[in-house]
Design a protein around this ligand. Sequence first.
Ligand code: GEK
Length: 268
Amino acid sequence: MGSNTPFEDKSSSPIHSESRDSEQQTDKVYAEKLRKVAPFEFNEEVVHVFPDMIERSVPGYRAVLDMTKVVANEFVRPGTTVYDLGCSLGATTRAIMSGIDPLPEGTACRIIAVDNALAMVQECKRRLNSTPDHIQLEIELGDIRQQPIQNASLVTLNYTLQFIPLKERLPLLVRIHEGLVPGGALILSEKIVSSDATHQDILTTLHHGFKRMNGYSDLEISQKRSALENVLVPESIADHENRLNEAGFSTSMVWYQSLTFVSILAIK
Ligand code: GEK
């Protein structure tokens, strides 16, 4: 693959067109005033509105999915495995499939998509019920902290590491690094905090403006923020880069940033 297989725009292919969500329901989870805001959970209520929630809340989400196709096309090797860790409803998995379609004739690869929310996995399986012949897709209910990683040419952590307790982030990245083939890649997309307090204030104000522009009320923004407190724990870009370095990655770079959301590409 890589430069031998020119990346084709599959915008008319079934895999690509599925990535535009056709069953989208509007996120109203925090629309009514709650007496007490419970910690955020990936439960059934969230699963029903998840594509709408993530697109209206995460600036650059669509751009990261589009680039995931390009990265998959460059890095996925026939005969290897791709891991989509924290797959939710499979948007990243779809992007990977689109990026590696077609593999060179006679070759195949495996994608393992993992999430620990039962409702997510059930709905992901329903949505991704058909795959091209040369791709073996396994969608598993499981905790990514226990997921074995072997013979991987690409691993994606698209907005998932932020939900893992801080102490457990390095061991996970070490296992991912160990499981990658030489030259293999990790896409790590995260919400971040700026190390500069003034920048952080401005970026947060702009992020709330982005959410308001996408139809969220001030009440929804503030209740969601409370729900995510201590559940989604963002770190600085430097924290991520230092940890990737410590985990053994030979290089890592921020390839995309939109407000307080970044995507980092790390190479073994
Ligand atoms: C996308 N990548 O659309 N083990 C497995 N899954 C977990 C764990 C864990 N320990 N902790 C959280 N999750 C997706 C978006 S969403 C991001 C990812 C967001 C799962 C959790 O159940 C959820 O489905 C996902 O990680 C995070 O490209 O909602 O901001």
